[in-house]
Design a protein around this ligand. Structure first.
Ligand code: UDX
Length: 452
């Protein structure tokens, strides 16, 4: 099938590459010409494991352009995957979405076209995009206007495992009020639904994946599924963090508690890792947007609100723990291990590390930091922040009063902790992710603290 994708961020690029890989003809469009030039030269603007390999394999079916006139007329399916960054009120900024819809309306050729919202957009956006498309077509000569149907196809991909999540998803959700649109999307995703494509060697098909469930529903339900899924995951994390607070008081081990409840198949083991809480571009933005949408309907969402409050309190607890341990923070040196919001990405959006660094700087702490891949991006995006970045963990530890493990990069598990302890002024480590081996650290002479 002929597919156009508007926006080459995480979602758009991953979707485009995967659809091209399974055999569709895909044209990816971005209005950022420098990005398109780089992509044409095979350079990937984001860090995502295996994306460059898959892009190379899919390249015979993949084109990149900045021109709507080139991407849209031949496309049968057009995905909108542009950014919807949060505004101060919590509601997402829909400017890029409306620009994309208008441009699609202006350039669409005659015939039936499905326009798919892949960006996370407020409930009701499908109808709104439909009206923008129709407006943009007004005044065109009779018989030249396309017949648009709008669909929602939310993504559930996690940064760092975006390709795996796209090729072997837990489910595919499609929503539209027109059956024809659902049929087109079903044909598009058939190779993934039936798992008939040959798996790349570097992304083998998991033994448990034979076929992927399809949820085919109406537009509003598909839109709400995305928000409800992210809100539920976010509150699952906040719930275990709330239990962590209590566990600390009563002398329970929160990792054991999470294991004990997660083995109940009604609860499930994932997203129960206690620690400094969630970050990233989705959970914060989507829970805020959900609350904003609900308030337009005169509703409060107290559970979602509580999950957000608790998440922000987890960052404060890092500072409280350090203050309790070191008594005075002003003039201290503290090293952060990890800057990215989670491992296997260089994304710093709503990264706990950045928030914690700012809180420490505000209290007069000298902050040093290490990250295996996000340092360059940190300097680009937080140029004014007085944080000294280091080449490795040993260098970061030099003269530190404490280290804080913020991002659980696998390479932090097996470090020479004895050597690191010797570099520090006081060998204290606060494990923000319940990730390190407490006994091993104690043997290396480190005082181990956890954030429960
Ligand atoms: C998320 C959703 O998982 C994905 O389905 C959605 O479409 C986009 O948002 P992502 O933001 O890439 O994906 O990251 P995710 O792996 O979900 O982690 C989010 C944050 O939660 C990270 O900061 C992570 O460290 C934290 N987290 C995750 C926990 O604190 N505890 C956990 O148990 C799991």
């Amino acid at each position: 099938m002929q597919v156009a994708i508007i926006g080459t961020g995480y979602v758009g690029l991953t979707t485009g590459v995967c659809l091209a890989f399974i055999g569709h003809q895909v044209c990816c469009l971005d209005t950022d010409e420098a990005k398109i030039r780089a992509l044409k030269a095979g350079k990937i603007p984001i860090y995502e494991p295996n994306l460059s390999e898959l892009l190379e394999e899919a390249s015979p079916n993949l084109r990149f352009t900045s021109s709507y006139a080139e991407a849209i007329p031949s496309a049968e399916i057009i995905f909108i995957a542009v950014g919807t960054p949060p505004t101060p009120s919590g509601a997402p900024n829909l400017e890029y979405l409306s620009q994309a819809a208008r441009s699609i309306g202006q350039h669409g050729a005659a015939g039936f076209k499905v326009v798919v919202n892949k960006s996370t957009v407020p409930i009701g956006s499908g109808n709104w995009v439909g009206s923008l498309l129709r407006e943009a077509c007004e005044g065109r000569e009779a018989g030249t206007s396309p017949e648009f149907a709008v669909a929602s196809n939310p993504e559930f991909l996690r940064e760092g495992s975006a390709l795996h999540d796209s090729l072997y998803p837990d489910r595919i959700v499609i929503g539209a009020d027109e059956t024809r649109a659902l049929e087109v999307l079903y044909s598009l995703y058939r190779p993934i639904l039936d798992q008939t494509f040959s798996a790349p060697t570097y992304l083998p098909r998991p033994d448990t994946v034979y076929a992927v469930p399809l949820v085919s529903t109406d537009l509003a339900s598909a839109e709400l599924i995305k928000y409800a899924a992210n809100a539920f995951l976010a509150l699952k994390i906040s719930f275990i963090n709330e239990m962590g607070l209590l566990a600390e008081r009563v002398g329970a081990n929160i990792t054991e508690v999470a294991r004990g409840i997660g083995l109940d198949s009604r609860i499930g083991p994932r997203f129960l890792s206690a620690g400094i809480g969630w970050g990233g571009s989705c959970f914060g933005k989507d829970t805020a947007a959900l609350i904003a949408t609900a308030s337009e309907y005169g509703l409060n969402l107290p559970i979602v609100e509580a999950a957000r409050k608790l998440n922000s309190r987890q960052r404060d607890r890092v500072v409280e723990k350090l203050l309790h341990e070191l008594k005075i923070l002003k003039g201290r040196t503290i090293g952060l291990l990890g800057l990215a919001f989670k491992p296997n990405t260089d994304d710093l959006r709503e990264s706990p590390a950045v928030e914690i660094a700012q809180k420490l700087v505000d209290r007069g702490v000298r902050v040093r930091a290490h990250d295996p891949i996000a340092v360059e991006r940190f300097h680009r995006e937080h140029a004014g922040m007085p944080v000294q970045t280091c080449e490795n963990v040993c260098e970061t530890a030099e003269g530190c009063d404490a280290l804080v493990l913020v991002t659980e990069w696998s390479e932090y598990r097996d470090l020479d902790w004895e050597a690191i302890a010797k570099k520090m002024r006081t060998p204290v480590i606060l494990d923000g992710r319940h990730f390190l081996d407490r006994d091993k650290l104690a043997r290396a002479g480190m005082r181990y603290l956890a954030i429960s």
